[in-house]
Design a protein around this ligand. Structure first.
Ligand SMILES: CC(C)(COP(=O)(O)OP(=O)(O)OC[C@H]1O[C@@H](n2cnc3c(N)ncnc32)[C@H](O)[C@@H]1OP(=O)(O)O)[C@@H](O)C(=O)NCCC(=O)NCCS
Length: 99
């Protein structure tokens, strides 16, 4: 959870032992959201960094997530942090980071 002045303004949810249909054991980022009024303050980036630290500390070498194909903002943030696109399923893009 991310807090700002005592208020919860964002969260990230991850799983350190996730098995997806095309990959073996990975660390998965399931959810990420920042309150609209608190976006563009590096909160999202900080949440992702914390999640990556946690998943790496659990020994995960591959970290994955699904993102909507039209979610350019999130895709750009993930790409800047080292994620690359793996494949697409319907409107959903699978991304991976090799830690
Ligand atoms: C995606 C999301 C979590 C980003 O959170 P955030 O706190 O605004 O992101 P940050 O402030 O950490 O921004 C990280 C980078 O993206 C840029 N950025 C953020 N919002 C942007 C916007 N609206 N337009 C352009 N650039 C933007 C920042 O400038 C920053 O760039 P930098 O790394 O060069 O400094 C937030 O927009 C959100 O909650 N979106 C709705 C839910 C969602 O799409 N979740 C992801 C599902 S996979």
């Amino acid at each position: 959870m991310a807090e700002w002045g005592g208020k919860t303004v964002g969260f990230i949810a991850v799983h350190s032992r996730w098995y997806d249909w095309q990959e073996d054991l990975v660390g998965e980022i399931h959810e990420l959201a920042v309150d609209k009024g608190y976006q563009k303050k590096d909160i999202g980036k900080t949440l992702i960094e914390k999640a990556l630290d946690y998943l790496k500390s659990r020994g995960r070498k591959r970290i994955t997530l699904w993102v909507g194909e039209r979610n350019d903002r999130a895709i750009k943030i993930y790409e800047r942090m080292g994620f690359i696109k793996l494949y697409q399923w319907g409107i959903w893009v699978r991304m991976i980071l090799y830690a």
